[in-house]
Design a binder for this molecule. Structure first.
Ligand code: NAP
Length: 324
């Protein structure tokens, strides 16, 4: 089987498509034929060796996908050969086959195709935990969603609207602004003027929460856009990592809250994983949540997919399809 290997940390040029032996599932494990691989920022950080994502080289990149169970290891409970499953947080997914623990495999309902399932495991469950648990959005809450035409952003915008929030979205282009509006954003602003828009929309009060996956470029203005006791949710750093923050800024900003969440702690056990994925799948099946696949690439073009993502040229979710 073929897999994309990082031979040394570095730029997109370090990715290499190579032949591997087909892995064998051990106790409690599944061998899966991969249909869909999710492309994520984390893959870029791991390729670069950026802390805290750096691992030992060489390794097969990728952590998310969906496919069909090809073989079931001893003692793997509740899953059979031929079942359709999806996952996130599993190493070595830029590949035609992957080994996953049976208790991290999420069954894919019949109504959901494998491309869609693989597209929402990381970004869909992230948007879900951000609006339900990190800061539970309430009816009427003014909410800033940065990079609203991106993979997380489009899903987050829709989920905030499902809970009755008022979305002030940011995007860098008119085309992306249109996508954010179509996803339900009430107001779309640039990164330079979103703070002004928030003040206008809230009568000067400020946002209840800012969901910020852009990081370095937006952090200061995001903090300044919050109302007293507002919540700064820094969930990523597409523009770069945020430098250390003096806690006194939270006091002077209005007794603010700051959190830096990550998905793994919100799908900590199999019950939470399956509940969260199940809600996302349910909304898709009912037509309440639209999933935009912004680009598909063969495995051999993994480097191009990562360049497009990092270069702000994409909208929605990017997928590698090992079968094309
Ligand atoms: N904490 C978690 O659990 C978790 C889970 C998933 C993802 N994330 C994070 O969430 C963020 C978004 O991930 P995603 O996969 O959905 O990506 P994405 O939003 O599809 O792509 C990133 C977007 O960020 C915007 N951006 C602004 N400044 C940028 C810059 N200097 N370089 C690159 N992009 C810039 C761009 O949109 P515009 O052109 O409109 O500005 C770009 O399209 C990433 O930081 C990722 O690491 C965190």
């Amino acid at each position: 089987m073929r897999a994309v290997i990082v031979e040394a940390h570095g730029g997109p040029e370090v990715l290499r498509l190579a032949e591997h032996d087909s892995p064998q599932p051990g106790p409690g494990q599944l061998l899966v034929d991969v249909t869909t691989v999710g492309v994520n920022f984390m893959d870029i950080y791991q390729r670069e060796g950026r802390p805290p994502y750096a691992g030992d080289v060489p390794f097969v990149l990728g952590s998310e996908g969906a496919g069909t169970v090809a073989a079931v290891g001893p003692d793997a409970q509740g899953v059979r050969q031929g079942d359709r499953v999806a996952w996130t947080g599993i190493s070595g997914c830029y590949a035609e086959q992957v080994i996953i623990p049976a208790d991290r495999a999420v069954p894919v309902p019949d109504e959901i195709d494998l491309e869609t399932a693989g597209a929402v495991m990381l970004q869909g469950m992230t948007a879900h935990y951000l609006v339900t648990d990190t800061y539970p959005v309430a009816e009427g809450d003014p909410v800033v969603v940065h990079a609203a035409a991106g993979g997380v952003g489009l899903l987050l915008t829709q989920m905030v609207k499902m809970r009755g929030g008022v979305v002030v979205a940011t995007t860098s282009t008119l085309q992306k602004a249109e996508l954010a509006r179509a996803a339900g954003a009430d107001h779309v602003a640039s990164y330079d003027d979103f703070g002004i828009v928030v003040r206008e929309v809230t009568g000067g009060e400020g946002a209840a929460v800012v969901y910020d996956g852009v990081g370095q470029a937006t952090f200061d203005a995001s903090l300044a856009a919050l109302r007293a006791r507002g919540c700064m949710v820094l969930y990523g750093g597409a523009s770069g990592p945020v430098p250390p923050v003096d806690p006194q800024r939270l006091q002077t900003g209005g007794s603010l809250f700051l959190t830096r969440p990550t998905l793994v702690h919100y799908i900590a056990d199999v019950e939470e994983l399956r509940w969260r994925a199940g809600e996302v799948f349910d909304w898709i099946a009912k037509g309440e949540l639209d999933v935009r696949i912004g680009g598909t690439y063969p495995l051999a073009d993994a480097a191009r997919a990562q360049e497009d993502l990092a270069g702000r040229r994409t909208t929605g979710k990017l997928l590698l399809l090992p079968g094309i």
